[in-house]
Design a protein around this ligand. Structure first.
Ligand code: SF4
Length: 388
């Protein structure tokens, strides 16, 4: 154990011994659905007046080997397995509250014409399984003066959030009331929506640049945690030096005029009920990320300047399997190029990624101009808002 870590463990005070919320230091593992909701948690805990929020580092093989090995018993996909390393790492940080939400459903921009916004069931199971890994022989959380809180979080039913969060936090946050928790939940959503708005504005800026310069872009279809360099292995970043801007489906612009340009004809023809309706291509819409990936595929098939789609998926992901063929079909039916990097795990296949990226760039350079022209012809005049 390093000298610095010994110092941290010595000065750590258990939560029960303090009254001042500013002395609460919350550790949050940067894993799975925290990638899509982290701004909610930042807004929520800031509104409650806690002293500091500390996220774990990006996933890495070293993180898992040092802090997580042997802590997870179930056979698991790689992103779930990585959680053990994140939780273990936080035990060595200067925190006194470890907050690991069991996210049951997610906030989603897809509303009205999808069935549900559930998260993958493995995400829920993982927290309890890994908790057991740290308490089997002795309770390593309490031993280090850390309270572990893992509330059930149904973002799909926001009216239930204050109750669930208050019930799990009232013992560890002095004087916490249900009303105060409800206000903090509002702040959490405000912070999440502000962040997403800024991200969508950035994506629109990129699309405008592409429209003005008739330049192609790429769209990534993956789960939000593939932005974690240890899970997605920065495959998206490999394309940037070649001058291909990269967009992520979950932060695409949702401006009415743009969606009307892309989906308006199909709505008026009665094929879909709204720009967010995916029932024409996906009938079993029960999972938030899956629904959004399918919608992203539809978006990419229509937007002229997205000439290539990169699909990422992790080792042992049962949720992604049924989506591979529909997503590929949706993308390719429009002439857009489709490339898949599947079964990603802890090993970064740097050499093979490089070779594949070079091949993909070859195809993008060869076909992008034609793809843009063909897609533009189908849609008609470019909206003036895109050219300002
Ligand atoms: S969606 Fe796939 S990779 Fe993600 S937690 Fe579920 S099974 Fe694992």
């Amino acid at each position: 154990m390093s000298f610095l870590i010994s110092l941290i463990l010595l000065k750590r005070r258990p939560l029960g011994s303090q009254q001042d919320r500013r002395s609460i230091r919350v550790g949050i593992p940067k894993f799975l659905n925290v990638w899509g909701t982290h701004q909610f948690w930042v807004g929520f805990f800031k509104a409650l007046g806690v002293g500091k929020i500390i996220f774990s580092s990006d996933t890495s093989e070293e993180q898992y080997r040092t802090y997580g090995k042997g802590r997870i018993t179930m056979d698991s996909c790689y992103p779930v397995k990585a959680l053990a390393g994140h939780m273990g790492e936080l035990l060595y940080k200067d925190i006194n509250l470890l907050f690991v939400p069991m996210i049951y459903s997610l906030p989603s921009f897809l509303r009205g014409h999808v069935v549900d916004t559930l998260s993958c069931t493995r995400v829920m199971m993982s927290v309890e399984n890994i908790r057991a890994g740290f308490t089997r022989e002795r309770d390593e959380f309490s031993q280090r003066g850390i309270s572990l809180v893992s509330p059930f979080v149904p973002f799909g039913e926001p009216e239930l959030l204050p109750k669930y969060l208050w019930e799990s936090l009232k013992e560890v946050i002095p004087g916490l009331t249900l009303e105060e928790t409800a206000k903090a939940v509002e702040e959490g959503f405000r912070s999440l929506w502000d962040f997403e708005k800024r991200m969508r504005e950035k994506s629109l800026e990129i699309i405008k640049w592409c429209a003005k310069n008739q330049r192609p872009a790429l769209l990534v279809l993956a789960r939000p945690y593939h932005m974690d360099p240890g899970i997605g292995h920065e495959i998206d970043a490999e394309f940037q030096p070649y001058g291909y801007p990269v967009l992520w489906y979950n932060y695409l612009p949702l401006d009415d005029w743009l969606l009307d340009w892309l989906f308006g004809k199909e709505i008026r023809a009665g094929i879909i009920k709204s720009p967010f309706d995916i029932s024409d291509v996906w009938t079993s819409s029960y999972s938030s990320n899956t629904n959004e990936i399918i919608w992203g595929a539809k978006f990419s098939a229509r937007l002229p300047w997205i000439t290539g789609v990169i699909r990422l998926s992790s080792y042992e992901c049962g949720m992604d399997q049924p989506t591979f063929t529909p997503v590929q079909k949706i993308v390719e039916s429009s002439g857009t190029l489709y490339f898949k990097f599947g079964e990603l795990d802890e090993t970064k296949p740097a050499g093979s990624v490089k070779i594949r990226v070079e091949t993909i760039i070859y195809y993008l350079e060869k076909y992008s101009k034609d793809i843009i022209e063909r897609k533009l012809k189908r849609l008609g005049p470019i909206p003036k808002e895109l050219l300002v």
